[in-house]
Design a binder for this molecule. Structure first.
Ligand code: ADP
Length: 493
């Protein structure tokens, strides 16, 4: 079991109180690196979700001033900065990513709250300069209503920051449902929210039965916005469930990111950025490069640059110093990467490099406190001659597989890049600025890295096109997700 000053309570949080709900059923949170059971948490239900919505709804009766919202955001930033190491430790234990990366996730999360606090004036009432019809016109940014926030396991602390920063900025009370694999970082966040004196009901936490809680958020009329990051499959369920209720949705779904390398690119730089980009969270992010499209004339050289950077990397328990790639989150995640690899090899691709995984410990001491679902380590693996018909081209692999596809011309590179229904992130490496501009204008992706594998940042809007969803998080655009504009026309008489 995990011991942490940020995990004093092991339950949800409803209406300003730690709350386990009414059901006696529980679920386990497991360390994917070694199978240790970190916590047993209450499996909360539809009723608990409905109580959370009620607690949140009550907040709307006493609107929270912009100044108070700013104070809360800044106090939260202070707390996160103070506790970054402990938050990082909790993230690594439940998610598996290396500790340095997990601490950086805490910093990244703090950036969203800071950005929202710094740009809160965007939500102050705006008096129009014109006076149409001789009236005085003012536009108010009102909280849109209760916000349902559903987050995935790959960034247990940062994904909620993107949503909660904006909903707190808007003064919209939230009901939060984290992924059941990684609820501990969220409990830690609520410990910090309690410390800063967050008004009761402004943020509520429920976890357990995902589909029951999700259906309350999608159908309860008091919830006006549902913001979700996760799979396209679940995004579609939420869209269908909420359609009859005319809810506003923000969906950040799967990706299938192309990483395009032209012959005129700095190949070393491209390989360096690729490794950084692709191995974040062990390849388990929706902005990780999925298809490596490399101009044929430089494919051999690029592969060498890539492999020379993969060789020194260690795969293992993220708590161990020097580990660059942690375990896959679970068996299903591991098996998907393996399936993509097998499918590609069966279709004629060549496996040219595979790293090593840690050797298992056969001892079965402490078997009672261990889960069986752990230790799914997948090493960085490079494939050549991958083809657009293979699974690794059609679906998001979500793991450290590096399939290299070859192209001959700019037109072919563009066509291959856009040959997917997804449109989240794309990366382009070329030394020719005119080519870059031509390509970028035609790439159907919400985020493009140009000679860079960098992903989202708190200061810029980020989100998808096509089946990757809609809505933007980050930047001033992201601050608008939880407000509703109300226009008041005042007659002079
Ligand atoms: P992943 O494949 O990355 O786990 P999911 O889309 O399954 O992505 O999960 C993302 C989040 O959606 C998690 O918090 C999960 O519990 C939640 N979720 C899963 N199924 C549903 C559902 N039917 N309704 C609402 N939320 C759901």
């Amino acid at each position: 079991m995990i011991d942490s000053p940020l995990l004093g309570s092991r339950s949800g949080f409803i209406g300003g109180r730690w709350d386990s709900g009414h059901s006696s059923a529980r679920f386990e949170v497991v360390n994917p690196a070694n199978g240790a059971i970190l916590a047993e948490l209450p499996l909360m239900s539809r009723d608990d979700a409905a109580r959370s919505v009620q607690a949140a709804f009550e907040v709307l009766g006493s609107p929270i001033s912009l100044e108070r919202r700013r104070e809360l955001l800044l106090a939260l930033v202070d707390q996160i900065r103070k506790e970054r190491e402990e938050i990082g430790r909790i993230i690594t234990l439940e998610n598996g990513k290396p500790l340095a990366e997990a601490c950086a996730e805490a910093d990244y999360a703090a950036g969203f709250y800071q950005y929202a606090a710094d740009h809160l004036d965007r939500l102050t009432p705006r008096r129009l300069e014109e006076n149409p019809r001789g009236h005085e016109w003012t536009v108010y940014a009102r909280p849109a209503g209760v916000a349902g926030l559903i987050t995935p396991w790959n960034f247990p602390f940062a994904m909620i920051a993107k949503k909660l920063a904006a909903s707190l900025a808007a003064g919209a009370p939230a009901v939060i449902k984290p992924a059941e694999k990684t609820p501990l970082a969220m409990i830690a966040l609520f410990t910090l929210l309690e410390r800063i004196g967050m008004p009761s009901g402004l943020a509520n936490l429920v976890f357990g039965d995902a589909s029951a809680i999700g259906s309350v958020l999608c159908t309860d009329p008091r919830v006006r916005v549902v913001s979700f990051t996760g799979s396209t499959r679940v995004g579609r369920i939420l869209l269908e469930q909420s359609a009859p209720h005319f809810k506003r949705l923000a969906l950040e779904l799967g990706g299938n990111a192309p990483f395009v390398v032209f012959a005129d690119a700095d190949l070393g730089l491209a390989a360096e950025h690729l490794v950084q980009n692709k191995l974040r969270a062990g390849g388990q992010t929706c902005v990780c490069a999925n298809r490596l499209l490399v101009e044929r004339s430089v494919a051999d050289r690029f592969e060498q640059e890539l492999v020379s950077r993969l060789e020194p990397l260690r795969v293992g328990d993220g708590m161990e110093p020097g580990v660059a790639v942690g375990p896959m989150i679970d068996r299903a995640g591991y098996e998907k990467v393996g399936q993509h690899l097998e499918d590609a090899v069966a279709g004629g691709a060549r496996l040219t490099y595979q790293g090593r995984v840690p050797v298992g410990d056969d001892s079965d001491d402490a078997a009672e406190t261990m889960s069986r679902d752990w230790g799914w380590y997948f090493p960085p693996t490079v494939l050549r001659h991958a083809l657009p018909t293979m699974l690794c081209a059609r679906e998001e692999t979500f793991g450290p597989l590096f399939p290299i596809f070859e192209f001959e011309s700019e037109a072919e590179a563009l066509e291959m890049s856009n040959d997917t229904e997804y449109g989240l992130a794309a990366y382009l490496f070329t030394g020719d600025p005119r080519r870059a501009e031509r390509m970028i204008e035609r790439l159907h992706y919400g985020h493009v890295g140009w000679n860079s594998g960098t992903g989202p940042t708190p200061e810029a809007p980020f989100g998808g096109m096509g089946h990757s969803g809609f809505g933007r998080e980050g930047g001033v655009e992201g601050l608008m997700d939880f407000v509703e504009f109300q226009t008041v026309a005042r007659s002079p008489s």
